[in-house]
Structures are given as structure tokens and as C-alpha cells.
Design a protein around this ligand. Structure first.
Ligand code: NDP
Length: 323
């Protein structure tokens, strides 16, 4: 099969498209012929070494495809089934071994593109607004990178729960997309002199009860300063780089703040949790309350370009690799 490989961590240029051996399904696994792989920001952390991994390694964790072989000790799946997943290593490939306990059935009414557009980023948005900090009607909340893959979905879900979303973006085109997703206010944080002051001005000087921050290094301090007393800082990513170590006393000085650094995988650890979040997201796609924006589709061989565009802030919504 052909697959993406990284020999040494680095920039997008380390991504190679190579001929390699086919994976064989081990106990509990499905061998899947991949139709589409999802591109997620976490893929860039592995590629660059922000999340260390022993080289050489493959990339990608998300995709959709057709089961072609069922490994030992698997029940409930058969060759020919259409399945999606968000945590199978080496998903940027023609074939991938997917743990059956992590495979998700996709309703017939949802095309492959929308299923991959919804799964990882949609479940992330869902656990953030539903479980990490359950957003309540009437609350003003701050969502960074509101036109990103997670951002557009999080904005829609929070707005649908009745929150007033203040979104941050870096271009006018992204501002329009964030507004279209339901953001009531949009701040161009690339131009802002004092982001926290702008947030306070939009909230009668109070600040917001929660910030959803997947940008990290460049926004973290302003995010803390945007919170009201006893507010919750949800740091869920590091698109601009990791946040340096911090003094817990900052949380006291900021007004008895809460800080959490959640991961999707701790919210979908059991089959029941995975099914809960996946069915919430697929249900919303089916009933038309969640709009999936596929920003761009690349051939698998051009995964490098997808990473360049994603890290170059040139994308909005979901990026897909067509296998
Ligand atoms: P996005 O599509 O949101 O892309 C990242 C966006 O971040 C960019 O489009 C850009 O938007 C913004 N950004 C701000 N500063 C920078 C910078 N210096 N370099 C690059 N981008 C920057 O990606 P995803 O939706 O895949 O992921 C969003 C975040 O969510 C990531 O941090 C990711 O790691 C995290 N995540 C966390 C999960 C978890 O379980 N904790 C699960 C899934 C995602 P703009 O141009 O508007 O500034």
C-alpha cells in the first residue's frame, strides 16, 4: 500500500508518501480500506515532535472507509461495513488497522466527507460545550479560532445552546464564517492591542465565564484576563505553540479561576461515551442543526500541502485527504 511516513520530526517538508507493507489486523482490529483521512491539528504536533514519537512513524488518526478483513476476537463487524474512527494511528494511508472498539458506524444519510468533517472535531466541540464546561443559555463566552475546524462547530453548538459567542479570527473571510456559524461578536485578534479589554468592553466590564482556547501560547494570558471571577479557562490545544509553565497564584490573582487542559480521548474512553458523543454529532448533522464546512480536500499524496496550509492559517473548517 501507499502511506505517509515521517523519518525524522520536523516541518511539513518531512512528510513523505511511500510504498510500504500492508498492515495485518491483530486481535480486536479491523483492516480498513481508507476512503478519506481527516487532517487535524494534532497531526502537526506529532509530525513536528511537539508530541514525541519514535521515528519513523505514520501520521493521522481519523478517517472513514470499508472493512476488508476482520481480525481475531472481533464481534459485531463484517467485511463490507462502512466505519469511521478518530483514534487509529497511521490513518494517512490506503489501509489501516482500526481497533474495533474505536470504530463508529455512520448513519446512511451522512456522506463520507461530512462524517469525517464531523467526527473528531465535532466530538471535541461537543464534549467541550456539553461536559467540560456546560454552556448555559444567555452566557457570553469566548471562542478562539472560531473559523477553524473545531471553532466553527463549537460556535454553532454553543450558539444553539443559547450562548452569546464572542469569536476570534485572523481575517475578514474567517469573521464572516464565524458569524455564519452563530458568533454574535467577532474580534480580529491579529489586530487587537488588548484582547481582554475588548472582551470586557463587550460584557459590561464583567468578563466571560468560560474561554475555549485551542490557540495556546499567543492567547493564553489574554484568555485568563478575559475571565470573570471563578471563570473557567479551557485550554484544549496549542496551534500557536505550547503554553509555558505557569504559577498557580495567577489563578488566585485572576479571581479564583479554574484551569483545565482536556483531551477528547479522556471523554470517549468507554464505548458508551464514544457512542454518546458520536451520536450527538451525527444526529445534529442529520437533522440539519450542525453544518459541516469542508474547507479543502487534497489527494493523500499532498498531505504535506495540507499541513502547510493548516499551519499557515490559510484554512477554515475541515481538511480532508482523499485516498
Ligand atoms: P484549526 O482548523 O482550528 O486550525 C488552527 C487555527 O488556529 C488556525 O486556522 C488559526 O485561525 C488559529 N491560529 C492562531 N494562531 C496560530 C498560529 N500561530 N499558527 C497556526 N494557527 C494559528 O485546527 P483544528 O480544528 O484541527 O484544531 C484546533 C485546536 O483544537 C488545535 O489546538 C488542536 O490541537 C485542538 N484540538 C484539541 C483536541 C483535544 O482533545 N484537546 C481535539 C481536537 C483539536 P486564525 O487564522 O483565525 O487565527
Amino acid at each position: 500500500m501507499r502511506a505517509v511516513r515521517v523519518r525524522q520530526p520536523g516541518g511539513p517538508e518531512v512528510i513523505e508518501f511511500v510504498e510500504t507493507h500492508d498492515p495485518a489486523p491483530s486481535s480486536g482490529e479491523l483492516l480498513v480500506s481508507v476512503a478519506l483521512a481527516g487532517v487535524n491539528y494534532v497531526d502537526t504536533y506529532f509530525r513536528s515532535g511537539v508530541y514525541p514519537k519514535a521515528p519513523p512513524f505514520g501520521l493521522g488518526t481519523e478517517g472513514i472507509g470499508t472493512v476488508i478483513e476482520v481480525g481475531p476476537d472481533v464481534t459485531g463487524f463484517a467485511a463490507g461495513d462502512r466505519v469511521a474512527w478518530c483514534d487509529a494511528q497511521n490513518s494517512y494511508a490506503e489501509l489501516v488497522a482500526v481497533p474495533a472498539r474505536r470504530a463508529v458506524r455512520v448513519p446512511d444519510g451522512i456522506p463520507d466527507e461530512l462524517a469525517v468533517g464531523a467526527l473528531l472535531q465535532g466530538m471535541t466541540a461537543h464534549f467541550l460545550v456539553d461536559s467540560t464546561y456546560p454552556v448555559a443559555p444567555g452566557e457570553s463566552i469566548l471562542v478562539h479560532a472560531a473559523a477553524g475546524g473545531v471553532g466553527l462547530l463549537l460556535t454553532q453548538m454553543a450558539a444553539r445552546r443559547g450562548a452569546r459567542v464572542i469569536g476570534t479570527v485572523s481575517t475578514e473571510e474567517k469573521a464572516e464564517l464565524a458569524r455564519g456559524a452563530g458568533a454574535a461578536e467577532v474580534i480580529r485578534y491579529d489586530r487587537s492591542q488588548d484582547l481582554a479589554a475588548e472582551v470586557h468592553a463587550l460584557t459590561d466590564g464583567l468578563g466571560v465565564p468560560v474561554v475555549y482556547d485551542g490557540v495556546g501560547r499567543t492567547t493564553f494570558n489574554a484568555s485568563l484576563a478575559s475571565l470573570k471571577k471563578r471563570g473557567t479557562m479551557v485550554l484544549f490545544g496549542a496551534a500557536s505553540g505550547p503554553v509555558p509553565p505557569l504559577d498557580p497564584q495567577w489563578l488566585n490573582a485572576g479571581g479564583s479561576l479554574y484551569l483545565t487542559r482536556p483531551s477528547l480521548y479522556h471523554y470517549i474512553d468507554t464505548r458508551a461515551e464514544l457512542d454518546h458523543h458520536a451520536s450527538a454529532v451525527f444526529g445534529a448533522v442529520l437533522d440539519g442543526t450542525l453544518n459541516i464546512r469542508v474547507g479543502h480536500e487534497y489527494p493523500l499524496a499532498e498531505a504535506r500541502r495540507a499541513h502547510e496550509d493548516l499551519q499557515g492559517r490559510r484554512t477554515a473548517g475541515k481538511l480532508l485527504l482523499r485516498v
